[in-house]
Design a protein around this ligand. Structure first.
Ligand code: SF4
Length: 329
């Protein structure tokens, strides 16, 4: 059945290739964040941008203040399409939440996203097909970590914008559900669980606790808005597949509240003083700015040349005619 799904994806890819030649569109700042800033103060903070600042203030500035556009990657495209497909899988009646349905939903999601978000991602139909085959393989792995027919989500892609003290925290929670567990003595209890999907590789177990940063923020937002402390958070890495879980306590969420407050104040101070130190680590190898505009790895002259090239490429993509502009709509 996976083979048939792959063949269907290849047909979809070929179709989309011919269509994309007449419908090309690029949104400047593809990687722009949902965080909004005035020049002197922070107005909204998302878990991913809070994580950026924690990792490296300079990287945060590149993404959230300067909003330097970055090229979309095949990994981002896979993550976006897989999230959309999994969301739609849970909108189906339980009996229809099958692997074949998920493959079809992924193909449909990709067809939509390609037109609007990733029109130029692949150089050839063959590259796109190889990416699709790998993506469907990851989705096949999903069914070995959970049975989607065994529960009904309470929330899907839940948009949370929450005021906490003088902060506004915004994020989109993948999924929340109630599950029933049975203790060794036979006692049943219901747990409120927040689940996050990942299409990248799982970190080694010794680093897994750091991966829960965003999920603890979501748990805090749920506690703040609903007055209930979630019992557990889960990370489902489809690539593996691997599942990490963490039981949540109020003291953990109190600590996250304090950490967010400290980050909020630190970002505001950085904005006020325009001070953005670099923080080098092994994670620099995955940073979009390492080889172009990061002052820790490039001279001022190199940065000026690279920044001009980035701006020129982005401007060229904006200026490219689209079928919409041609038709005057
Ligand atoms: S390459 Fe490293 S030091 Fe430079 S901006 Fe990125 S994370 Fe920061």
């Amino acid at each position: 059945m996976l083979r048939a799904a792959v063949d269907d994806l290849a047909n979809t890819a070929a179709f989309l290739r011919s269509e994309s030649e007449s419908v090309t569109r690029w949104r400047y700042g593809h990687a722009m964040t949902s965080d909004t800033h005035e020049r002197t103060t922070l107005t909204t903070l998302s878990p991913s941008r809070a994580s950026d600042f924690k990792q490296c203030p300079q990287m945060y500035k590149f993404k959230s203040i300067d909003r330097i556009p970055t090229e979309p990657t095949i990994h981002q495209a896979r993550g976006t399409a897989a999230h959309l497909a999994l969301e739609r899988l849970f909108e189906q009646p339980r009996a229809q939440r099958t692997p074949e349905a998920l493959y079809r939903l992924f193909r449909d999601a990709w067809a939509e996203l390609k037109k609007t978000e990733y029109p130029d991602l692949f150089d050839s139909v063959e590259d796109e097909r190889a990416w699709g085959i790998e993506s469907l393989g990851l989705l096949a792995g999903y069914f070995s970590i959970e049975d989607p027919t065994s529960f009904e989500p309470e929330a899907l892609e839940m948009d949370l914008t929450v005021a906490i003290d003088d902060m506004t925290i915004r994020g989109i929670l993948d999924r929340m559900e109630r599950i029933t567990t049975t203790a060794p003595d036979g006692t049943e209890s219901e747990l409120l669980v927040i689940t996050d999907y990942k299409t990248g590789k799982a970190p080694p177990e010794r680093y897994a606790s750091q991966a829960f940063f965003a999920l603890k923020i979501y748990a805090l937002l749920i506690r703040t808005t609903q007055g209930i402390t979630p019992d557990r958070v889960r990370l489902l890495y489809l690539n593996g597949p691997t599942e990490y879980t963490l039981d949540i306590t109020d003291s953990q969420l109190d600590a996250m509240h304090q950490q967010l407050t400290a980050l909020w104040q630190a970002i505001n101070k950085a904005i006020r003083t325009d001070t953005w130190p670099t923080s080098q680590s092994v994670l620099c190898d995955w940073c979009d700015f390492k080889d172009t505009v990061c002052p820790a790895f490039n001279t001022a002259a190199e940065i000026a040349v690279n920044r001009a090239a980035i701006d020129a490429a982005a401007a060229a993509k904006i200026a490219r005619p689209t079928s919409d502009s041609v038709s005057g709509t």
